[in-house]
Design a protein around this ligand. Structure first.
Ligand SMILES: Cc1ncc(C[n+]2csc(CCOP(=O)(O)OP(=O)(O)O)c2C)c(N)n1
Ligand SMILES: [Mg+2]
Length: 805
């Protein structure tokens, strides 16, 4: 354990003159004070109703200034809501952007992290140009975009750090200088003391120790997690104490662990300098436990800490406030006089107030103008309307609402249009045109960029058909995907694959067989059993320009990574308004093997959790290869679920296995038929085919459609076109009742207006609500079989034509 409890000594002055040194320290003091003032004023803005919620970095200023000193261009942050001072000190954010986010100002220029979409304290920089192409990330300081789930930043941090190692150790990547310069970049993580109780934290710490990557994790320890004291959070109430076993020593790799007081400016500067040097140069993960931090204003604007902190604790916090301690230290060390420091404090207050006023104006001014515009149009509408009095009333209300927002405008406009629903006037037409335009603007503000929507969107990748020679080889399915991956690795040095059993044996079904030998361990690697950080690795690597394929061994275990996929990856484009992207491909396999945890197909859960990703369910390995080829050309995240029972089935090898692409969102009609449309995907295709043979003998002609791409779903409405012909539809899969079949039904009946062509009730055929029982009988009684399909289709035929069927 490296301890760092040095007495109050000055940070190393190096070659600095005293005057220069003093200026550095005073600048730090100014930033700390500006940040504190932002927190104080931010809270007031919430309490007076101008902002809805506030969570601030007060009490953590000085440590973050020390950390900022060693943060360089190309480095990445993955942190949480306390980091405003770090963001200000590095220049990645500033006081104006802080207030813009507090007010939820919906503008990328004013609030670059999320354009007003995230609540305050959620930081991030923009890695992408407006056209979605990458910026030069080594010429700027970078912060991945924060999420609210505590410790949710940890899985991603592993990947951000691992990218440096990959760039340093793979010479083929040396030309990718806009992402890394010889892997010299450090990934800085921050986390609150209480959040270290999360599994994600421990999983990430262990993974970083195994991987030996330049990850510098700081714990801001203020002794609490909201109201809950450390004694309920952490064994021995001390996270660095219990992590001691991770300390590297002569027996092996591990972490370098530091402990420092959060009010001790000099010790903090020294600790960070030392820690980050080791991390950056040696690629050793470092852990910096910053203790004795405070929360001058309590946890957030939602409550007051007087409710759960003792008077002694509150007195201690006042005394050990890091800014007060820094001030005392400067006076004691004769670095500055009282009047110099008073002046800095006063200036900080004025500066922050001026920033706040300017941003409030910027937030409010456009809305005022929109209110004025809408009011004039409403008055014109009133002039020729029978509902004049009510409309004027709405206008007056709108004008007199203090700090009215866009919702207030729309409430008045939409109500007025409803009041005049039977009227016709130029004023009404003008108002309708204005409303359409206004809706478009607000769509852009609040609903756009679920995907980055660039030219490289997976939906824009042109189709290249698979080509087959007459003597095309018939291979096992696993050899088909293996050939596809082999071609991908040969083509692009950025492509990587990792997961449980992926490296040495080339995955449990041998899709990567032989590829580690061919391309090296740096590109194809085994991981520990840790699905959340496998996903996190993928996210972080993809954010730094690499093309990871993260493998989850079985679909049943995706749940361990689902939080990270849903909260982090799937929300990334939306929550940054296309400021960041992570084109990660997650590969897994599922649907059918044996038993409760090896044959799951929880597709509804996945579809609902992963909006913002593509979800693909290829029926065989050739289709899977086509999707991989498409996705590797695109820049959007996706989940590909292969069929567990398909690896040993024979398929023909396309001549262009590395080049052919399969379009997303386009189902394939596998069999044409006239009587009923059967919509399914994945392993159910083969069951459907079996059933269709028997149905044919009964004189029933089934049109079989393989959806194959659930998100996006049937963009060209192929399924409703089929229903036009058959007038009957059955949605069939092995999810729970009301799972993905209901999603498909909603898409076809509601989005595609398929209900219009039906002459029988649409139906779903699914597995039972429970997990599938073990064994062949277990499967037969749990999941839908060919018998079920035959009988269900027959019943539907009977309903429409009982005399014939
Ligand atoms: C997964 C998750 N659980 C609960 C919460 C609600 N929550 C927000 S902050 C917080 C306390 C975090 O304490 P700590 O990590 O010590 O950070 P601090 O706020 O003290 O800096 C909790 C429980 C959350 N955001 N995410
Ligand atoms: Mg805490």
């Amino acid at each position: 354990m490296s301890s760092n409890n040095k007495e109050h000594i000055a940070p190393s002055t190096g070659h600095l003159s005293f005057e220069d040194f003093k200026q550095v320290v005073l600048t730090d003091y100014r930033i700390a004070n500006e940040s504190r003032q932002a927190s104080l004023l931010g809270r007031k803005e919430v309490l007076t109703g101008k902002a809805k919620f506030g969570i601030f970095g007060d009490g953590k200023e000085v440590a973050q200034i020390a950390m900022a000193k060693v943060f360089r261009d190309g480095d990445f942050r993955s942190g949480y809501y306390r980091d405003q001072t770090f963001m200000f000190a590095t220049g990645m954010s500033n006081v104006k952007e802080f207030f813009a986010q507090l007010y939820a100002l919906p503008s990328v220029e004013a609030e670059p992290c999320s354009a007003g979409r995230s609540m305050n304290g959620h930081f991030g920089t923009r890695s992408l140009n407006d056209d979605g192409t990458w910026k030069n990330l080594t010429a700027m300081k970078n912060s991945s975009a924060d999420i609210s789930p505590t410790a949710g930043q940890m899985p991603r941090l592993v990947g951000l750090a691992q990218a440096s190692k990959i760039y340093r150790n793979n010479p083929e990547l040396s030309s990718f200088e806009s992402f890394s310069l010889s892997g010299n970049e450090v990934a800085f993580g921050t986390i609150g003391n209480a959040s270290t109780s999360e599994g994600h934290f421990f999983e990430a710490i262990n993974a970083a120790g195994v991987l030996q990557i330049p990850m510098a994790i700081s714990v801001w320890d203020d002794g609490y997690g909201i109201s809950v004291h450390a004694k309920y959070q952490t064994t021995k109430e001390n996270i660095s104490e219990i992590l001691k076993g991770f300390q590297r020593d002569e027996h092996g790799n591990g972490f370098e662990i530091f402990r420092v007081k959060g009010w001790d400016y000099a010790a903090l500067c020294e600790t960070y300098e030392k820690a980050i040097k080791i991390c950056r140069e040696e690629h050793v993960p470092v852990f910096i436990h910053v203790q004795e931090l405070t929360q001058p204003q309590g946890h957030s604007t939602s409550g007051s800490h007087e409710r759960y902190k003792s008077k002694e604790r509150l007195d201690w916090e006042a005394e050990y406030d890091c800014i007060k301690q820094m001030r005392d230290w400067m006076l004691k060390s004769a670095i500055a006089t009282e009047s110099e420091l008073d002046a800095i404090e006063q200036d900080a207050k004025k500066y922050v107030r001026a920033c706040q006023k300017e941003v409030w104006e910027a937030f409010n001014q456009p809305i005022k103008q929109e209110i004025a515009e809408a009011s004039v149009m409403l008055e014109q509408l009133a002039a020729s309307s029978a509902a004049s009095a009510e409309i004027i009333n709405l206008v007056n209300n709108l004008r007199s609402t203090v700090d009215a927002i866009r919702k207030d405008i729309l409430v008045a406009v939409r109500k007025s249009l409803r009041l005049t629903r039977h009227e016709n006037s130029d004023a009404k037409r003008n108002l309708q045109i204005w409303l359409n335009q206004y809706n478009n603007e607000n769509y852009d503000r609040y609903n756009s960029y679920l995907f980055t929507d660039t030219e490289s969107s997976a939906l824009n990748i042109p189709e290249i058909k698979a080509q087959y020679s007459e003597d095309a080889k018939m291979l096992d399915g696993r050899e088909i995907v293996q050939a596809c991956f082999d071609a991908a690795f040969a083509r692009d040095p950025r492509v990587l694959a990792f997961g449980e059993d992926v490296g040495k044996i080339g995955d449990v079904n041998q899709g990567f067989a032989g590829l580690q030998e061919k391309y090296g361990e740096i590109r194809i690697s085994d991981t520990g059993i840790r699905e959340a950080t496998i996903i996190g690795q993928g996210i972080g690597l993809a954010m730094r320009g690499l093309r990871p394929i993260a493998e989850i061994q079985y679909l049943d275990y995706l749940l361990y990574g689902l939080q990270t996929l849903s909260d982090d990856l799937a929300s990334l484009s939306y929550r940054t308004k296309a400021g960041q992207k992570a084109p990660l491909i997650v590969r897994t396999r599922g649907h059918r093997l044996e038993g409760i945890w090896h044959s799951g197909s929880p597709i509804g859960m996945i579809l609902h959790a992963l909006r913002g990703m593509h979800v693909l369910v290829p029926r065989n390995m050739t289709q899977a290869a086509g999707f991989y080829n498409t996705l590797l050309k695109a820049d959007e995240p996706a989940l590909v679920i292969e069929c567990l029972n398909g690896y040993r089935l024979k398929e023909a090898l396309p001549d262009n296995i590395g080049e052919f692409t399969l379009p997303l969102g386009r189902p394939e009609i596998l069999r044409e038929g006239n009587d009923i449309t059967l919509v399914t995907y994945g392993s159910c295709i083969r069951i459907a085919e079996e059933a269709i043979q028997e149905l044919e003998q009964m004189g029933i002609s089934v049109e079989l459609i393989d959806v194959q791409s659930l998100l996006p779903f049937d963009i060209h409405h192929i399924i409703s076109d089929s229903i036009k012909k058959t007038n009957k539809v059955l949605f069939f899969d092995e999810d729970v009742p009301g799972g993905a079949t209901s999603y498909m039904m909603q898409q076809v009946l509601e989005v595609q207006n398929g209900y219009y062509f039906l002459d029988a009730a649409p139906r779903t055929l699914t597995a039972k609500a429970h997990r599938p029982a073990y064994g062949t009988d277990g499967d037969y009684f749990s999941k839908p079989s060919a018998d079920d399909v035959v009988e269900c289709v027959y019943e539907m035929m009977h309903e429409t034509n009982p005399s014939k069927y």
